[in-house]
Design a protein around this ligand. Structure first.
Ligand SMILES: NC(=O)c1ccc[n+]([C@@H]2O[C@H](COP(=O)([O-])OP(=O)(O)OC[C@H]3O[C@@H](n4cnc5c(N)ncnc54)[C@H](OP(=O)(O)O)[C@@H]3O)[C@@H](O)[C@H]2O)c1
Length: 296
């Protein structure tokens, strides 16, 4: 089975290529090879590759910058998805797509289920929600996987930012009143490949909207503490910085961040047998990989 992966140079895209099961062939494209905002290029790539399935890991992900350049966020996150969905629908190719916890307002007290009403507070979340909607309207054979707080050894993320800042400063202030679910890019890729394998074996899937995130929920401060504890234990860092817990109001950002970003991943487990990941275990793997990269 041949699979086309967009956004192949991103965190999730990289892991999708790395973790592809051996019996699949994969055409992975970064934005330089395939810009999903270019409808003709999307059409041409799909016509050339004739994939059995498309995974869209491409997105405009700069949450704060999106507030100043909404047209770029919407171009990739809504119009790019529309281009892929149109080609996929016309050719009868299923499309797996990744979305975000930022579609929610973040004012809930219990984990967000798929049937809860989105109400994004920023441009990035709104543009991702628009992409979900256009996909659902255009292509029946689609699966949307909303995930959150993505980290990995490749690409930019909170883990790598913390490790860098921890080298530069003795004391780090980290937000302790935003709750969410760190999710490794590798675990997202594994879950997506498990879905692709089910599609191959069954000839169909129960399409629709699913949440997939790591457990247990934590705050950014908890996440940072785990990063430094494990990094220190693995010898990736020689000293841990002092962590100071601060509130959202002490760390203003252009885009408002949800206070509660916890996703309920039960539906994916119930329908497809794919359970949420264990982020502290995945974090250990990522930090071990970063240590190997440093030592190589
Ligand atoms: N990062 C998170 O914390 C997070 C949280 C929740 C959900 N998500 C979602 O998870 C998915 C994967 O995110 P990620 O963290 O892997 O993102 P990422 O590391 O920022 O990678 C984004 C990828 O999209 C590509 N891209 C951007 N604009 C494009 C365009 N117009 N055409 C084609 N490719 C384009 C980038 O290509 P270049 O490198 O060539 O620019 C890159 O390969 C996205 O849908 C994102 O919204 C991410």
């Amino acid at each position: 089975m041949h699979v086309l992966v967009t956004g192949a140079t991103g965190q999730v895209g990289y892991e999708l290529l790395r973790l592809a099961p051996e019996d699949f062939t994969v055409a992975g494209f970064g934005s330089a090879q395939l810009d999903i905002t270019d409808a003709a290029a999307v059409e041409e790539s799909v016509a050339r590759e004739t994939p059995a399935l498309i995974i869209n890991a491409a997105a405009y992900t700069a949450v704060d910058k999106a507030e100043a350049e909404p047209e770029l966020a919407y171009a990739a996150n809504r119009d790019g998805v529309a281009n892929l969905a149109a080609v996929a629908a016309r050719r009868g190719i299923p499309l797996l797509h990744i979305s975000t916890d930022y579609v929610f307002a973040g004012d809930a007290k219990t984990p967000y289920r798929e049937d809860e009403t989105p109400a994004p507070t920023g441009v990035y979340g709104a543009s991702k929600l628009a992409g979900e909607q256009v996909l659902a309207e255009t292509c029946a054979s689609h699966l949307i996987m909303r995930t959150s707080w993505v980290f990995g050894a490749h690409g930019n993320n909170f883990v790598k930012t913390m490790l860098r800042l921890g080298q530069e400063r003795e004391k780090l202030s980290v937000v302790a009143d935003q709750h969410g679910c760190p999710t490794s890019a590798a675990s997202i890729a594994r879950a997506l490949w498990a879905l692709v394998e089910q599609y191959r074996d069954q000839g169909t899937l129960q399409w629709g909207l699913y949440h997939y995130a790591g457990l247990p929920p934590c705050t950014w401060h908890d996440f940072a503490k785990n990063i430094f504890d494990i990094a220190h234990e693995l010898g990736l860092i020689s000293q841990k910085p002092m962590l100071v817990a601060i509130g959202t109001e002490d760390f203003p950002t252009p885009a408002k961040r949800p206070a509660w970003s916890v996703l309920d991943s039960c539906r994916l487990k119930r329908v497809h047998g794919i359970g949420p990941s264990d982020w502290p275990m995945d974090l250990r793997d990522v930090l071990t990989e970063l240590r190997s990269l440093r030592d190589s």
